[in-house]
Write a protein that binds this ligand. Sequence first.
Ligand code: ADP
Ligand code: MG
Length: 634
Amino acid sequence: MLDIIQLLPDSIANQIAAGEVVQRPASVVKELLENSIDAGSQNVQLIVKEAGKTLIQVTDDGIGMSETDARMCFERHATSKIRATEDLFAIQTKGFRGEALASIAAIARVELKSRTEAEELGTQIIIEGSTLKTQEAVACPKGTTFLVKNLFYNVPARRNFLKSNAVEMRHIIEEFQRVSLAHPDINFSLYHNDQEVYNLPKGKLSHRIVGIFGKNYKEQLASCAEETPHVSVEGFIGKPQQAKKTRGEQFFFVNNRFIKNSYLHHAVMNAFEGLLPENTFPFYILFITIDPRHIDINVHPTKTEIKFEDERTIYAIVRAAVKQALGVHNLMPSLDFDQDVNFQSIEISSLDFEGAGLESHSYAPNPKEQSSSNDSYERFKNPTLQQNNQNNWEQLFENNGTESDEFEFNPPLVPETEEQNIEIFESAANDLNSSNPFDEEYSEKEGKNNMAFQLHERYLVVQVKSGMMLIDQQAAHERILFEKHLASLENRTASSQQFLFPQYIELNPMDFELVKDLEEEIRALGFIYEVAANNTIIINGIPVDVIGGNEKELFEGLLEQYKQNCDVFSLSKKENIARAMARRSAIRPGYSLTNEEIQSLINQLFACSNPNYTPNGQPTFSILDLAKLAGLFN
Ligand code: ADP
Ligand code: MG
């Protein structure tokens, strides 16, 4: 038989390797930034166009490369960072595999200019699809510039697989943040489509954090430090009450390399135990320094995983460091801590829209539009929804009357985990599919004869034919708003309330990109805004039926909720933003309603196409039937 095995040509081998190293533009950004740091640079500039799809350029003032090295660096397994096996156990640099540049050059057009201190002239190389096109001498400053153009030009499947510019830009910003947080002693800047996104002068870590996440992080950082002979942990944690519902601001660095580690994340969460509002994640950025001999970073090509020789000890140290910081900075509760009360007494700079349920009246009326009870009644009046078939609600009243076992005098079901959330959502969807017959005997009067009242500013109690209905006011309002917002998004029917004075909101760059991506949807909801420089937007109006007063909170909450939904569900943009908006602007427990408002809320709920559940699958009402009531007294 003929021999059929052949060695792959380099260009193919490189392209295959590239599949692992370069998933998206952000992967290139990470590799180039890390190379600049390994080269001992003081200034690193990143320029991207079209979220890196057309151009990624990194310029540094590091040691540069000789003429030969500049060619060599594109060879596979070509590295200046390790020479012998022993070196693998003492790695202090970011790179060491020598495959990044070879991979990048296999799937893009790369231009390199570089000069070392010793040379007068630098060298320029153009390489495309692993083929060297030109190399010539050029005049250039000391250091290195890489231009990576037309990423994946020869791998159309990959190119088509890329997400929208906003999504790809988010990934780039994420990598940029990780690298620049790890090196506050280096000047970094980032430009996207000729606009400055970040300009971070070197300085202390706390300055870097504020430079990246915004001025309001200044007050919320507590420093953290713990040292043992073999390991040290230092950095900052955020105050518990500033914890967010979305992940993304949790950073571990081991020997200045960003890593993900759920075990150590658990250590931090454990230290925060009892202090965090439910389902929130605190900010933290922790640097673990350890002798490289006690870790193995050679786990995954993209190198965000790491193995520790003694994970348990590190767990204990991380936990101790965080606990200590919480204690020192008085973020821990006192002994007679009553969670809900105490959380309010800690200065809360931002209103918690996800309210723990015990704050009263988080919605102070906006002085600009002091609302009489008539005005607030208007908020619930919605002619389009009300003319929907009233039958709907009568039917539903009856349907649920028969499911008496469902009733419980408990607060509404709130999913504890993401999985549970999905489960609840799915079971809700199933319930809805099995619709029950309409009971013609239902008397409309019963639900509408002023028998409804508010209980603990949280539930509405209504007499229905089969007994008593309890409505969760927040859940009901969320359902109503969701259907309304979805309709406005689809039919562009939203109307806005305009402000006398515009509100300025400075967003972090990541959220700013998100706003650009969601521009159409946000406007369709009824927001009127302009985009200004420096990641600022100017809000001139909000949707009509939103209770005014804190537009900044509302807007930021909307983005936050949108991101949170992305983590859990795969929704269309429209549905996601309608859900997010409904969730963030629904009335909370503690919001007192007039009789008219109560009636209007009930009518609107049952005019909904799907009144039984919130969009997330939480029940909006429950019925206690007469038999069950009688049973209580037997
Ligand atoms: P690795 O970083 O794993 O060594 P790379 O493919 O990323 O592999 O880079 C190959 C080599 O090219 C590096 O080892 C380094 O010597 C050189 N190099 C890459 N980028 C730079 C840079 N910005 N400045 C100086 N040398 C660089
Ligand atoms: Mg490298």
